[in-house]
Design a protein around this ligand. Sequence first.
Ligand code: GLY
Length: 314
Amino acid sequence: MGVNVQPKLIIHGGAGSSLQGKGGVETVRKSLYQVITEVYGLLEKGTTAEDAVIRGCQLLEDDPLFNAGVGSVLQSDGQIRMSAALMNGSLQRFSGVINVSRLKNPIELAKFLQTSPDRILSDYGAAELLRELNIAPFDPLTDRRLYEWIEDRKQDFNRKMANVVAETSDHEAGRGTIGVVALDQNGRIAAGTSTGGKGFERIGRVSDSAMPAGNYATAQAGVSCTGIGEDIIDECLAAKIVIRVGDGLSLRSAFERSFVEANDRQRDLGAIGLDASGAIAWGKTSDVILAAFHNGQTMGDSLEMLPGTQVLVA
Ligand code: GLY
């Protein structure tokens, strides 16, 4: 493992249909850059990739613009159930929670579970762990999410899913799975992903976000996905990209090959990632992916990418 590696960071706030207007783009950019600024500053001070990812996920979960933690979308029965995962790449260790309720930061449970013999908990087990850890109950519901759910209920939930993209017009509230992937000064990689799910889903539906399909890291690379969970699971996208890098493909080639396949199968998804050499990549088949990064010199983002399938590297 190297020392004094230039840290790298990429985060996302969802993928989906187009952002509405320039005002929406600027609001999202401001939110993403605030997170990048704080978390990249931690990496420059020597914070581990795992701790940087946890902090980044907390900040994005706390922002009601995005569909994770505060501002999570409601399921078909009007309840919020959230999922989150953390993967330490150098230890190649995954932990996560599935359909947890009444909690501000699901990533904190994933953090605790990193060192637990049982590393992935679902609803009842996660609730029991919350009590054991004395984590104060918290209702992540926002007025906007409740309003959206009531409006969709009037139409019998005939939309495929809640729009996963943060939007800031009067009619559309912010939505979007969040994710963070970091490379630290010691060359360690970690990935974290957190979500309120698709919105309006059947009770018990399991998101990709707490599966290796949606969040995966090794010593060579880390990836966090966003979009329609079923599509991400069918592609096994995060694990596939990371394993391709481990097998010798460049990050760019691993992303490109995986997104050609996803596009051929008409998937609706996006992903962010980085590798141990410091390459950063993001890709999407959907209109937009809300990603931002710090490459050591400058911050950049994906907010004005053209609609359609694309992969970019930094
Ligand atoms: N990708 C988030 C979900 O489908 O639950």
